[in-house]
Design a binder for this molecule. Structure first.
Ligand code: 0L1
Ligand code: MG
Length: 256
């Protein structure tokens, strides 16, 4: 089985926004390590085209999502410059079936790595925290996948936007902070930071630990999207999404 060929196929679907069959249908013996190798190859292709890696995202950080995919550990994906929205507008062209999640993002000022990283280490290495919205869009038909498929597809990473205002890590208790997500004025989901592994800081520590398995670290300046505070919502052209963050204000997204 040629992992590079599979990466080329996924990369093409990520770029063109056409859905595809799960890679595990043809290759049931693919494992999680193969999937992370494929994920990295896709990002290498993007970097060869001039894109740049700017951070990481954690996915499957809520119990509900872990149960739906049948796992007990989160997954990670890679964020690139071209995924970051500079304006709060999401264009549907080249997307398949996007979903939106309310998140926060940590930005580090020190390298963080190793299998024993603790929440305390994360706080010592955190420069600031932003309110964030993540747009996920699985390349697989019907948004249906196994763990291996979704890791190979970069944990469904597609777009993200951070608020303009950065906050001190000590601004609030992030596990108690509430968010409410509205689509076209209707409140669809609400939650708190505790939905992310009990506390969002744990998600950053977990990422550092998971990366240490392949001798990688989180570099200073990297963005880390910690995981959804609530379930994701589907969006379509014409929708307006607003996320209200307790003590941080709101983020908006217009879908066109
Ligand atoms: O950000 C996420 O939690 C998504 C991870 C991948 C699973 C999905 O696409 O729902
Ligand atoms: Mg997410």
């Amino acid at each position: 089985m040629d992992l590079k060929q599979l990466a080329e196929r996924i990369d093409q679907h990520q770029r063109t926004g056409r859905d595809m069959d799960k890679v595990t249908i043809e290759h049931p013996s693919l494992n999680v390590n193969d999937a992370y190798d494929i994920q990295k190859m896709c990002i290498d292709f993007a970097q060869e085209r001039g894109d740049k890696m700017v951070g990481w995202k954690m996915g499957l950080t809520s119990k509900a999502k872990q149960i739906s995919v049948g796992v007990d550990e989160p997954i990670y994906g890679r964020l690139t410059q071209s995924m970051e929205l500079s304006e709060p507008v999401l264009h549907m062209d080249q997307l398949i079936h996007p979903r939106v999640e309310p998140e926060i993002a940590f930005v580090l000022n020190k390298e963080l790595g190793g299998e024993h990283v603790t929440p305390r280490d994360v706080w010592m290495a955190t420069e600031c925290i932003f309110p964030a919205i993540e747009v996920i869009d699985s390349r697989y038909k019907n948004f249906s996948f196994t763990l291996v498929d979704v890791i190979a597809d970069n944990a469904s990473s597609t777009k993200f936007i951070l608020g303009d205002q950065a906050f001190s890590p000590y601004h609030t208790a992030w596990d108690e902070m509430g968010v409410a997500m509205y689509r076209n004025g209707e409140m669809l989901h609400s939650g708190t930071g505790a939905a992310v592994l009990g506390h969002p800081v744990r998600s950053v520590a977990m990422l550092a630990k998971m990366l240490s398995r392949t001798e990688q670290t989180i570099k200073p300046g990297m963005v880390v999207l910690v995981g959804g505070f609530t379930e994701a919502i589907d969006v379509n052209s014409g929708d307006h999404v607003e996320v209200r963050y307790e003590k941080l204000g709101s983020l908006n997204l217009d879908v066109t």
